[in-house]
Design a binder for this molecule. Sequence first.
Ligand SMILES: Cc1cc2nc3c(=O)[nH]c(=O)nc-3n(C[C@H](O)[C@H](O)[C@H](O)COP(=O)(O)OP(=O)(O)OC[C@H]3O[C@@H](n4cnc5c(N)ncnc54)[C@H](O)[C@@H]3O)c2cc1C
Length: 472
Amino acid sequence: MSSVNSGNGGHTANGGISFWYADDGIPDGREPLAGDASADVVIVGGGYTGLWTAYYLKKAAPFLRITVLEQKFCGYGASGRNGGWLYNGIAGRDRYARLHGHEAAVRLQQAMNETVTEVVDTARAESIDADIHHGGVLEVAYTPAQLARLKAFHEAELTYGEKDRTLHGARETAERIRVAGAVGSTWTPHGARLHPVKLVKGLARAVEALGVTIHESTPVTEIKPKHAITPYGTVRAPYVLRCTEGFTASLKGQRRTWLPMNSSMIATEPLSAEQWESIGWAGRETLGDMAHAYMYAQRTADDRIALGGRGYPYRYGSKTDNDGRTQPQTIEALTAILHRFFPQLAGVRVDHAWSGVLGVPRDWCATVTLDRSTGLGWAGGYVGSGVATANLAARTLRDLVQQDSGQAGPTELTTLPWVNHKVRKWEPEPFRWLGVHGMYATYYAADRRELTTNTGDSSRLAKIADRVAGRH
Ligand SMILES: Cc1cc2nc3c(=O)[nH]c(=O)nc-3n(C[C@H](O)[C@H](O)[C@H](O)COP(=O)(O)OP(=O)(O)OC[C@H]3O[C@@H](n4cnc5c(N)ncnc54)[C@H](O)[C@@H]3O)c2cc1C
């Protein structure tokens, strides 16, 4: 882990996987695979998707021999680095509405709303203390263009059956959180704040206690039907489930499947009671905005602000970061967002900065798939909304495997519109790099323009970037 001068008389730790690990400790490693083995189901990747899948499958069919293979340690990826927004957003819902009809997308949204409660309840039932606070999600606007988008977003969410969502003006917003210049906000109860690492560690423990085998320090180099191949041996199983999200490109034959998009975060020092007095945020809602290159934040259990955003969006050739280290410019950009939101925190120390990768499919739609002809399955492409979605994906993979193996019939989950969705691959380099960097340069320019011109229209630039990127 390196550190940079934070400019406020302190140093900012950079990398070390994430602040959450600095806070809760890097786990002792589990034993790697010792040689060739067999199982009924092998799961590649020990993040939320892989671990929840192991959890629900083993609960449903305790006789199944399930093996999880993890390249480093469980929670090494985005599941140990994220913003801790457990919320009901799912990537691709609007496209699924166009492809399968509005009612199908409403069912998907309903399933996501229920997923937030499912995670909260299951964590409690398994005695996983992940600092969960069920305070909902507050998204704010601080320019006229953002306000127009916020209102349109709010209305759209109502059409997807969100009965409890509320819209707030400037004064009501300030009563919750005093974000400088905020002119409105929308709040949904379908969200909770959590400590990502405490959740993933607790989940790994729960899965092991059920009798699932987890091998760490075991990178899978290739997945073939009925085979997960590693340098230490091959695990043979009728079902091989790929749960590698942002790291998928490193598997043989998968380079252009999902693009590893960066997201970066900073965590401040713990704030004083007076500082919290000036901010509000007593409800500990997760906090976001309506910028094209949006930010996301939480008030942590130990009273810091952890805040994230895109930063440097994508590394050439689908590379991933070095144990979470992020660029100094990204730390500066995120710190500037913190100061724009809360100018009174200009002197506050930034204790930690880090980054991670999330998986982006070519059409920006999350998917869960089981190919019945090969027994290969996968879930991911959550585009940054994976903390809750991974749980819904896992329960759906469980149902698909049970259906395929004749243990159960189709369920409500196996008929959701994101199941078995197909999408084309990303373009080869340099087009991938140029496309993503072009899109984010345009978003940043659009956000700057909206801040300075006071226009109520969303920047046309951003709309063009969305269309070119295949986002809408
Ligand atoms: C900085 C950041 C902030 C985020 N904030 C939020 C948020 O607040 N809310 C939200 O909903 N989503 C957020 N996300 C997204 C969310 O964290 C992810 O979508 C989710 O954690 C994905 O879980 P996963 O298990 O599918 O993937 P991961 O957690 O990435 O797990 C994949 C695992 O597979 C392992 N692996 C990879 N390749 C191999 C291989 N070849 N062999 C064996 N093992 C392998 C990796 O080491 C890793 O442990 C954020 C993401 C990032 C990076």
